[in-house]
Design a protein around this ligand. Structure first.
Ligand code: ADP
Length: 258
């Protein structure tokens, strides 16, 4: 008797398990579809708003509503800025979709301090314009990390871009490098606006912005941190953010040593 019931019980349990697996799978597929729809809706919205604004000002110029050269210049400046925003957005979308594919990562040994100082040099004039002091801090002079060069460049550039964007005049941006036995971590710290605690878990989501108006003014796309997270994880690393509202933020990426 027993020998019969045991397999029967087992197979019922197996069928139940199978049922649970199917349910689980279909809800994951639904969740994915839902996310995809949301993403497409977000992209459409983000593309539409600069386009609407460009069309509005072009029409105003065609209808001769810009009476003085100053007014015309103002309209054209807005059109120019909105075009920049569109370009930025399309670029970010391309980076994001490329990093979603199975991109070929070419891991190379990189001397970190040198590399990061070079990335930072690209932001120097912007930092100076806003009297923001930048520095790279590393206890060890030579930290080498094996990682895809393009990914690392993009990760650091996005974090530094944000640190500058969300810092007031006269702020401080420092990048520290720490090597432990198993990990290498890179932290970008700013003395800027900071992020409210309730927003902190969401900032890595695509198109999430703490303050839409603030971010729009600064030319953000809401994709920078999603790109950082995706590229970091593709390279086997992890991201982390700490922040105190009104004091500043620290964004860290950590990679295992190989
Ligand atoms: P964005 O292009 O809007 O900057 P990100 O994905 O890079 O998009 O960042 C998402 C949001 O997180 C930003 O809109 C901003 O509100 C917040 N954020 C990111 N970095 C910082 C920072 N260093 N200081 C304060 N807020 C930040």
């Amino acid at each position: 008797q027993k020998q019969v019931t045991v397999p029967t019980d087992t197979s019922i349990e197996e069928i139940n398990q199978l049922g649970r697996t199917f349910n689980d799978m279909s809800s994951k597929v639904e969740a994915n579809e839902e996310r995809m729809k949301e993403f497409v809706a977000n992209v459409s919205h983000e593309l539409r708003s600069p386009l609407t604004s460009i069309k509005g000002f072009v029409e105003a110029l065609i209808d001769n509503k810009g009476k003085t050269p100053e007014a015309q210049r103002r309209f054209l400046t807005i059109i120019n800025n909105e075009t920049d925003r569109l370009t930025h957005l399309v670029n970010d979308l391309l980076i994001l979709s490329r990093s979603e594919e199975e991109i070929v990562l070419e891991a190379e040994d990189i001397e970190l301090k040198d590399f990061i100082e070079n990335v930072l040099a690209g932001f120097q004039s912007r930092a100076e314009e806003n009297s923001i002091n930048t520095e790279v801090i590393s206890k060890d002079n030579f930290i080498s990390l094996k990682i895809d060069l393009n990914s690392l460049h993009q990760i650091i550039a996005n974090l530094v871009d944000n640190a500058l964007k969300y810092s007031p005049q006269g702020g401080n941006v420092s990048i520290s490098l720490v090597e432990s036995e198993e990990m290498i971590s890179i932290s970008v710290r700013d003395s800027g606006l900071g992020i409210p605690e309730r927003d902190l878990p969401h900032i890595w989501d695509r198109f999430y912005r703490v303050d839409k108006d603030r971010s729009r003014e600064t030319g953000g796309t809401g994709l920078g941190l999603a790109i950082v997270k995706q590229l970091t994880e593709k390279n086997g690393g992890q991201v982390e953010a700490e922040s105190v509202l009104g004091k500043g933020s620290i964004f860290s990426v950590r990679f295992p040593k190989q």
